[in-house]
Design a protein around this ligand. Structure first.
Ligand code: AMP
Length: 142
């Protein structure tokens, strides 16, 4: 049987505004904010508001709105950082590398010959996250 959703997970706390995040986008169904341990400059997480652990237990109705925002954010980060490409990642359960159990998609700008940093590696400075969030918000605004 699938594990139950835990409403005490860190992204649920971010969605409820109980802990801070550098938000770049929000609508009725989806929020996007900066990953605090980025694997590359501009690493953003796109998170549906509806609770599910991951893709395995998600309501299919959440996936359309989620991936519409993933696309918007992917286009915006590519523009914001003048990136050569964008990597999308999404993990399901510990064996896959998932560490936070609320569905989310990683959107990471990529540059020729620049490898990704380790997953859940080093904390980024808040000032750098704030600056990058500003660039992404500007790109999203057109
Ligand atoms: P995953 O392995 O897909 O569950 O990845 C969870 C991601 O969340 C990692 O890339 C972490 O760096 C990131 N993360 C953990 N805590 C926070 C937080 N408070 N705010 C933003 N990102 C976080």
């Amino acid at each position: 049987m699938a594990e139950a959703y835990d409403p005490g997970n860190i992204f649920a706390k971010i969605l409820r505004g109980e802990i801070p995040s550098h938000r770049v986008y929000e609508d009725d169904a989806v929020v996007a904010f900066m990953d605090v341990m980025p694997q590359g400059t501009g690493h953003t997480l796109v998170v549906p508001k509806a609770p599910s652990r991951n893709m395995l237990d998600a309501d299919p109705a959440t996936l359309g709105p989620l991936f519409a925002v993933v696309q918007k954010v992917a286009v915006a980060v590519k523009k914001a950082f003048n990136a050569d490409g964008v990597t999308l990642m999404q993990f399901n359960e510990p064996a896959s590398g998932q560490t936070v159990y609320h569905l989310h998609v990683h959107v990471i700008p990529r540059f020729e010959d620049v490898p990704l940093k380790p997953h859940s590696g080093q904390m980024e400075k808040p000032e750098a996250l704030a600056e990058n969030a500003g660039k992404i918000r500007a790109a999203l605004a057109g």
